[in-house]
Structures are given as structure tokens and as C-alpha cells.
Design a protein around this ligand. Structure first.
Ligand code: PGA
Length: 257
């Protein structure tokens, strides 16, 4: 983390978990144990049906709300989809874009990720853009090339002053939901490489302001070590964000000196 230049952001990704009733119960549980935000910003990305209620429920404890995806068009015949403007209107501040599960199961590509990034910014949302390599790609030794390609595609055509506020989440596919975390060195190395890509494209001023998270089995035990890496500015947390106590432990780790 480097709090001098950029925000530390701990974001939960609930995926397809928690009904409205369960969301209320989670809010009751986390409120009394939530650390009063010193440095780190806290976000929960929740299923679309919970956004509006979550905005209200988590307001007191300073947890901002995000969506888990959005469509790139402003409106139209896309049954089942929701627009970035709808998400913004429901009170959310963030939206996850290009999560590997969306890329794997819903044909999300680097091209649609780019269109969604533009749509999110246009609507006034902060995109949390996910990039990451598969185990095969890591073993082939193409991780850095692939990540650079994904980052460049996602940000293509975005103005530098907008890039400054985008969040990038490095999520190696082999670490998501597997309990197998990247080592702090691996996470730090790729997050640093992401910042270098941004520096080359947009300059040092922009690159040092971008929050780059690590995601993939981050938990209460390994968070501090991962966050100690200078280019790891937070986490995108799946499983451990479903348990208030574990999530709070990660927030504590991000608030350490
Ligand atoms: P995980 O999920 O923490 O359960 O590995 C992370 C993510 O998919 O964002």
C-alpha cells in the first residue's frame, strides 16, 4: 500500500450470495464491529436486487455499495440486463467489470470490458476492472504480456484524468475460490507490472494514483502480508466477504501502519 498517493480499497464481491433478509442480518452483525475508517475505503459489491437496500443499510458504517456487472448500452432490448445508469440511480458507487466468472460463463471479452468501462465512467460509477491469468498461462510464462494486454484493452480510449480514479483488481484465475493464494511476491510483482503499463500509457502522475487490488482467496490470515506489498492497494474479496468477522479482520489489516 502507498497511502500517500492513492486510496486503499477493501471490496467484497458477494457474487450470487445473500438474499435481502441475509443482507439485513449481515448489516446487523458488522455494524458493531466495523472499524471507524482510518485510511481504507470499504465497498461491498452485491447482487443487483440488494443494491438499493444495501445503500441504506450500510450507510451508517461507511460501506459504499457496488454492483457486480453492468451492460454497456444505455438502454434497449437486452432482457435481464441492467445499465450503469440504473446502478448509479440505485445509489451504488462502484461496479465490478470483467470478473473472470463473467468472462468464463457470460462471454465477456476484452472488447466488451472496454465498452463497459466507458459506460460505467459515463454514468459516474467507479469501475473495478478485473484482470488475471489462468494456471496454464502462468506456466507458459506469458502472465505479464497477458495482463498488459488486458489492462490496455480495458482502458483504451479512456481519458487520463478518468484513468486516475479507476480501480484495477489483479485476480489470478487459479487463486479464485480455490483457497490457493498467490504469494505476496507474486501479487506484488504483477501489481507493479500493471502500474508500469499505466505509467507508460498515461504517465507517472496517473499511474501512482490508481488503486490496484489483489483478489483470489484473500482472507483474514494472509491479508496483511499481501497488503504490505507497495503496489497492492487493497483487495477484492469473495468468500471471506460473506463472513462479517473475517471481512472486518481484512479491513483491520488494511488499516495497519
Ligand atoms: P475469492 O474470490 O476471494 O473467494 O477467491 C475473489 C473474487 O472472485 O473476486
Amino acid at each position: 500500500m502507498n497511502r500517500r498517493y492513492r486510496k486503499t480499497i477493501i471490496a467484497g464481491n458477494w457474487k450470487m450470495n445473500n438474499t435481502l433478509t441475509q443482507t439485513k442480518a449481515f448489516a446487523e452483525e458488522i455494524k458493531p464491529i466495523m472499524p471507524r475508517g482510518k485510511w481504507c475505503n470499504v465497498v461491498l459489491c452485491v447482487p443487483a436486487t440488494n443494491i438499493q437496500a444495501a445503500v441504506r443499510l450500510f450507510k451508517d458504517c461507511h460501506i459504499a455499495i457496488g454492483a457486480e456487472t453492468c451492460h454497456y448500452e444505455e438502454k434497449g432490448a437486452y432482457t435481464g440486463e441492467i445499465t450503469a445508469a440504473m446502478i448509479k440511480d440505485a445509489g451504488a458507487k462502484y461496479v465490478i467489470i470483467g470478473h473472470s466468472e463473467r468472462r468464463q460463463y457470460y462471454n465477456e471479452t476484452d472488447f466488451t470490458v472496454n465498452k463497459k468501462v466507458h459506460a460505467a465512467i459515463e454514468a459516474g460509477l467507479i469501475p473495478i476492472v478485473c484482470v488475471g491469468e489462468s494456471l496454464e498461462q502462468r506456466e507458459l510464462g506469458v502472465t505479464m504480456e497477458l495482463i498488459a494486454y488486458q489492462v490496455k484493452c480495458a482502458l483504451a480510449g479512456v481519458a487520463p484524468e478518468k484513468v486516475r480514479h479507476i480501480v484495477i483488481a489483479y485476480e489470478p484465475l487459479w487463486a479464485i475460490g480455490t483457497g490457493k493464494t498467490a504469494t505476496a511476491e507474486q501479487a506484488g510483482e504483477v501489481c507493479q507490472a500493471i502500474r508500469t503499463v499505466i505509467r507508460k500509457q498515461y504517465g507517472a502522475h496517473v499511474a501512482r494514483s490508481v488503486t490496484i487490488q489483489y483478489g483470489g482467496s484473500m482472507n483474514a490470515k494472509n491479508a496483511a502480508e499481501l497488503l504490505a506489498q507497495p503496489d497492492v492497494d487493497g483487495g477484492l474479496i469473495g468468500g471471506a466477504s460473506l463472513k462479517p468477522e473475517d471481512f472486518v479482520q481484512i479491513i483491520h489489516a488494511a488499516n495497519q501502519e
